[in-house]
Design a protein around this ligand. Structure first.
Ligand code: AMP
Length: 289
């Protein structure tokens, strides 16, 4: 695995792979890799020949300085995991390489009013800006994002369409720990007891799933089922539990379309997010966690 620190080096290596007739796959991350990240590489390998991963903790998407500073960073460990997953080129830029007196930012006018867009001001501006830059640097044929961050994945799909980036976005399933907790680099910050309490997010989603799949269409009842599970484990704060349209990411009152049940809650000082996809097949709904 080659480790590139500069944009120029990435461009040279990717150009070389392209000249050899290879299709380029790309998995952007903030590092502290886990099986969720590695599953994205697996999917990318099915669609492309040369795997690029980036690790960059993007300051401008953090609305909480402490969260940025304490974000786990362990590069040697990440390199070993990425290499064994089949990454060919790792892009690990310094902040100055990515941002040098930046005056241009990418802001999405829709899809950002709710969920994390509402609770983390400026977050998606930071995400869209860094992902645009990374797409221009790597110029991949495919890029894989996790459904775990579903609002992010949907926003990036839309951005790629709006700005005519010549690449395909793939949205990959959420990988969970035993017990159902969605894998996340931030899980490292959970104490053993917070980790146990955090399992209530998954239980909340399962409770909602069972209501929906048994025919309940009342969104308030569905949200209440998830909420009571989570509240019973005394989260420090619930940012949101919302049932939103997949198309608009705006809350809906009645189940009548493809939708998402999305949750953000704090356990200790750690903010966790998770969600469930609600697929509509005729009059029947099935939930994917
Ligand atoms: P991050 O390093 O947290 O910014 O995540 C990098 C990519 O990995 C994003 O596309 C995330 O959605 C994805 N990802 C994070 N956690 C998981 C997970 N548990 N399962 C699948 N994908 C994930």
């Amino acid at each position: 695995m080659i480790i590139a620190h500069t944009i120029e080096d990435v461009r040279t290596r990717v150009k070389q792979a392209r000249a050899e007739g290879k299709r380029i796959g790309f998995v952007p991350t903030m590092g502290y890799l886990h099986d969720g990240h590695l599953s994205l590489v697996e999917i990318s390998k099915q669609q492309s020949d040369f795997q690029v991963m980036s690790i960059f903790v993007n300051r401008i998407q953090f609305n909480d300085k402490k969260d940025f500073e304490s974000y786990p960073r362990e590069h040697e460990r990440d390199f070993a995991l990425a290499k064994s997953a089949g990454v060919h080129l790792m892009f690990l830029p310094e902040e100055e390489e990515m941002y040098c007196n930046q005056h241009t930012f990418v802001e999405m006018e829709s899809l950002t009013e709710h969920l994390c867009g509402a609770t983390r001001p400026g977050h998606f501006r930071g995400v869209c800006t860094v992902v645009s830059k990374l797409f221009n640097i790597v110029q991949p044929d495919v890029a894989v994002f996790g459904r775990k961050d579903i609002q992010q994945a949907i926003i990036i799909e839309k951005m790629v369409k709006d700005l005519n980036f010549p690449l395909r976005i793939i949205i990959a399933p959420t990988i969970r720990e035993e017990g159902g907790l969605a894998m996340s680099s931030r899980n490292k910050h959970l104490s053993p007891s917070e980790r146990i309490r955090a399992l209530s997010i998954y239980r909340g989603l399962l409770a909602a799933k069972s209501l929906i799949e048994s025919g309940n269409r009342d969104v308030r009842t569905i949200i209440a089922a998830a909420q009571s599970n989570i509240e019973s484990s005394r989260p420090e704060k619930i940012d949101y539990i919302e049932l939103v349209s997949y198309e608009t990411l705006a809350p809906i009152n009645i189940m009548n379309q493809r939708a998402i049940l999305a949750i953000a809650a704090f356990f200790g000082t750690t903010r966790l997010i998770d969600n469930m996809l609600i697929e509509k097949n005729g009059e029947h709904y099935s939930c994917v966690l």
